[in-house]
Structures are given as C-alpha cells and as structure tokens.
Design a protein around this ligand. Structure first.
Ligand code: ATP
Ligand code: MG
Length: 232
C-alpha cells in the first residue's frame, strides 16, 4: 500500500462557526496506480489532497504515504516530505510569470535530489521548442503542460493533481490526461487526481466518490481505458 488513510478528520473554524470538512475518511492506493477522486464542489476534495500533499494539516486520523505517517511530522520534516516525494499540479498552473518555461522547471530541479533532465521532461510534454518563452506567451493547455513538467522533473513518488484539466477544453484536456498516463507508465509515478468529470474515472485503477466530507463509494476498474479513448 502506498497511500493508507485511516479515519481522517478536518474542521475549519471561521469566527464562531466550525465546519467539519472531512468526517473520517479512509482510503488506500497501491504504488504505481492512478486514483481518481470525484465529488461535488465543497465536498472536501482539495482539503483531502492538500493534507496528503503536506500543504495542510489534519485534526485526527492517520495518513501513511510510502510507510511514513505524515500527520506526526514536525514542520521542517513536512517540508522535506513535500520537496522529496510530492509533485503538485493545480487547476491554474501557478507558473512564475517572469521566468521562462525552462527556468520555471529549473527552480524545482535545482532543489531536488535526483531530478530528471529538464530538456527530457520538456520533450515528454511536447514543450521543448518553447523552452525560452514566458508563461504569458503560451496557451492554457501549454501552461498546464509546463506545470506538469515542473511537477514531474523532480521525479516525485506521488503526483497529486487538483483538477488539472478544469480550465481546459476537451481536446487539450485529453492531451493532458494522456501525458499523465504516460508519466504513470514511464516513471511508475503513483497519481491521485481530483476531477468533476466522471468520464475521467475510466483511466483510473481506483475511484473514490466524495460527498460532504465522506467517501460514499469506491471501486476498482478491471479495465483501464487509454486516455485517448475517453469521451465526454
Ligand atoms: N481555509 C479554509 N477556511 C475555512 N473553510 C474552508 C477552508 N478551506 C476550505 N474550506 C471549506 O471546506 C469545504 C471543502 O472545501 P474544499 O476546497 O476541500 O472543496 P472541494 O471539494 O475541493 O470543492 P471544489 O470542487 O469547489 O474545488 C468548503 O465548504 C470550503 O468552504
Ligand atoms: Mg477543490
């Protein structure tokens, strides 16, 4: 088991009001698998992913990633964990505007232990010829490809994607999904991805349906669909 979560709880306090966002989530994902988290807006998907990625803290429960319980880590160890093991892809690319494509990748590879080669990763996402462009000179899909390259260059064990295709059209979304499937195959990267789009679950080994802070359904796919055959 690569991810093993037991009875995870999280509440947010705003003024006098306490909102329970995760109400005892338990889930597992094997190494090298793709997991998809589906659920309506506000159901707690990003909160869950952020806790797994060490960006946010839980109130109770266990989160084992690669045999390490990250809920007990001190802040500096949690930073190490994020740097060494996690690649994060957001819905809105978060590229640094005044750095070129190549430089956006290198800010990450420079601080990594065993980074992949920048040009190789840019080639894999089809962006090598645009290495010297700035983010504003790219389309949305191209920016997301650079964001994927940036998350992948440090060769993370776990790639977390929060609606990576949320801002993209169908054709571009499918290109991005193909790319994630390729990364999963070529580098053996475990991937956990949030989406609103039920069709995307066909390319996952395991699907988790979240509603109001709980996993209400989960299943494994016997057949994994290649991303190029996903339709919506
Ligand atoms: N920092 C915060 N402070 C207070 N409430 C928060 C905070 N972050 C999230 N919430 C609340 O927690 C709930 C779950 O938020 P979360 O972002 O996890 O949802 P989500 O499933 O990712 O939704 P979406 O699909 O819209 O991105 C929401 O009701 C949100 O308002
Ligand atoms: Mg979200």
């Amino acid at each position: 088991m690569f991810i093993e979560i037991t009875n995870l709880k999280k509440s947010y306090e705003t003024g006098e009001v306490v909102t329970e966002v995760l109400k005892g989530v338990s889930m597992t994902l094997n190494k090298g698998e793709i997991g998809v988290i589906l659920g309506p807006s506000g159901s707690g998907k990003s909160t869950l992913l952020n806790i797994i990625g060490g960006i946010d803290r839980s109130d109770a429960g266990k989160v084992l990633v690669d045999s390490e319980d990250i809920t007990t880590l001190k802040d500096d160890k949690l930073t190490d964990y994020r740097r060494d093991k996690i690649g994060f892809i957001f819905q809105f690319y978060n590229l640094i505007p005044n750095l070129t494509v190549g430089e956006n990748i290198e800010v990450v590879s420079n601080i990594s232990d065993k980074p992949l080669n920048t040009d190789e990763v840019l080639k894999a996402v089809g962006m090598l010829e645009k290495k010297y462009r700035f983010p504003k000179e790219l389309s949305g899909g191209e920016q997301q490809r650079v964001a994927i390259a940036r998350a992948v260059v440090k060769n993370p064990k776990l790639l977390l994607c929060d609606e990576p295709t949320g801002a993209l059209d169908f054709t571009t979304s499918r290109e991005i999904l193909k790319l994630l499937q390729k990364v999963n195959k070529e580098f053996g990267t475990t991937i956990l991805m949030i989406t609103h789009n039920g069709a995307i679950s066909d390319m996952a080994n395991k699907v988790f349906k979240v509603r109001s802070g709980e996993i209400v359904e989960q299943f494994e796919n016997e057949v994994i669909l290649p991303a190029e055959r996903i339709e919506w």
